[in-house]
Design a protein around this ligand. Sequence first.
Ligand code: PEP
Ligand code: MN
Length: 378
Amino acid sequence: MATFLSNPLAPGTKLGAVLPQSSSQNGCELVNPPQTAEARAMIIITRPDATEEQIDHIVSRIHNWGLRAEVSRGEMRVVIGVIGPEDKIREKPLGAFPGVESVTPVLKPYKLVSYEFRGMPSKVKVGNVPVGGKEVVLMAGPCSVESEDQIIAIAQSIGKAGAKILRGGAFKPRTSPYSFQGLGKAGLQLLAEARRETGLPIITEVMDTKDLELVCEYADCLQVGARNMQNFSLLREVGRTRLPVMLKRGMAASIKDLLMSAEYILSEGNFNVLLCERGIRTFETMTRNTLDLNAVPVLKAETHLPVVVDPTHGIGIRAFVPAMALAAVAAGADSIMIEVHNAPELAKSDGEQCLLPREFEDLVGRIRGVAEAIGRQV
Ligand code: PEP
Ligand code: MN
């Protein structure tokens, strides 16, 4: 099996080593922008015939003024997002530069997250797997990492079936303090072993800022769970790393709340964010949650960030997960997250909603069919 470790941190590396030092670290231009309430964002759209020199000139001027610039290159033109304190930005003659077609303020409360800030969809790389392109990326794995045999067997089967990312929890947010809470560090080590065995990058949840340094040593992508979607100190801390973050929608959070929470992460300089719809609480009692597929096209229009759908928690009943996964692909999801377990009856969490490996494999074929029907691929 191919081996690769896509985590930028070698085990043992301190978190400080991935905190931003300069404005160009890890290819992310926007590091530590002002966090004042008055922060303002402007979008500069350049002319189709703008030259590289003109674009460089605009960007270096913006930097000289102490403002931040985020450059997005589309097929036809370049969009430059500018952020800084309102009073500082307002007085600058951004429209006067050669090569500029228009300058518009971002009026939305979520600025860096808004679609217009980039003018094109973003791709976020988890390990070496880009999410947000033509491919619908499948992530799968057990709710909880339980043992070496369990995680390796599941990782191998989902990888063979077509999943590109392994997801499993080592720190589990459980409704009851008496339920299985996850294996913690031992679980992270088992995930790293599964990554070595299969080459699949790993997503795992970080529940608390005190565990962030540890989780960063192992994860290729940090999951912030539904219950933590508005844990603003955690959001800021994950925003100070350069690992991708999958932010799950809170069960009582509006789409706008989700976007505002993502803004916390981007405002700390981390643009590598995936938004995950995982079902909301409604008056319905026949399903675990109500998967809000409305959120998919709305998010695709409102933000440049890739959208993941988790039909497993969204409906919470194994037999109905495949239908909702197919619907999520049809609705435009960039990635689908499915819980898979090789012995659901023995699972320490969420056994009733996970697919068996062969059910997952069958679903991948059907997802491929839907993806191709809408011009995407798996
Ligand atoms: C999970 O992904 O296993 C999980 C606990 O999800 P959520 O935070 O969406 O409930
Ligand atoms: Mn779960």
